[in-house]
Design a protein around this ligand. Sequence first.
Ligand SMILES: C[S@@+](CC[C@H](N)C(=O)[O-])C[C@H]1O[C@@H](n2cnc3c(N)ncnc32)[C@H](O)[C@@H]1O
Length: 213
Amino acid sequence: MRPARQQLVDNLLPTIEIVDPAEDGSFDPSGLFAENTQEIWLEIGFGSGEHLAQQAIDNPAVGFIGCEPYINGVARLLSDIDKHNLTNVRIYRDDARILLRALADASIGRIFILFPDPWPKLRHRKRRIIGPSTIPSLCRLMLDGTELRIATDDPSYKEWILQHMLACEEFEWRARHPRDWRERPADWPATRYEMKANTAGRQCSYFTFDRRR
Ligand SMILES: C[S@@+](CC[C@H](N)C(=O)[O-])C[C@H]1O[C@@H](n2cnc3c(N)ncnc32)[C@H](O)[C@@H]1O
């Protein structure tokens, strides 16, 4: 890792890191952010953090929790946080499932899960971050009327996401027309993984599900 990034890992990360939350659904994240914070949004598997950093710049009244175990990605996000003096980002550096169990009911506004690892082999599908074991937690955490945004370029994961999300009555898929999932909305910054997928000629899908009131 570049020395400048290592310094941020050593000095900045400890000031904004969420460490060992109790996995009992009692973790209220509002205390992590300024008093006038309007909502808290969560990004799971932020990779190098370019989407999260841009959202945090564009939405200064929102508090962001980014979850990513990959330390080089965390270090890249720290560079952006430092460069743009972002005070509205906190980082959880472990498996998102732990954080999902820890967070309190209705404590989160939007959730972003962008290009999650596809685990295409049949026997590995239970490892997928979106599925029957996590959808009820996502539902529990989200405030009524908020959005869950998911993207993937993997054909079998696309089908899987729709199959499992549409089976959950608490979520409504907003799409009315193919462009609604084929085109990335304007307020949804591109990610590094997505750019690679596009270069390789893979079709990306962008799903927005509303948490019903
Ligand atoms: C294919 S990459 C996509 C990264 C980024 N969202 C993007 O679009 O460029 C998937 C990311 O999810 C992270 N990840 C995988 N399993 C995870 C888990 N259980 N909890 C949190 N992050 C996870 C990986 O470390 C990786 O950075």
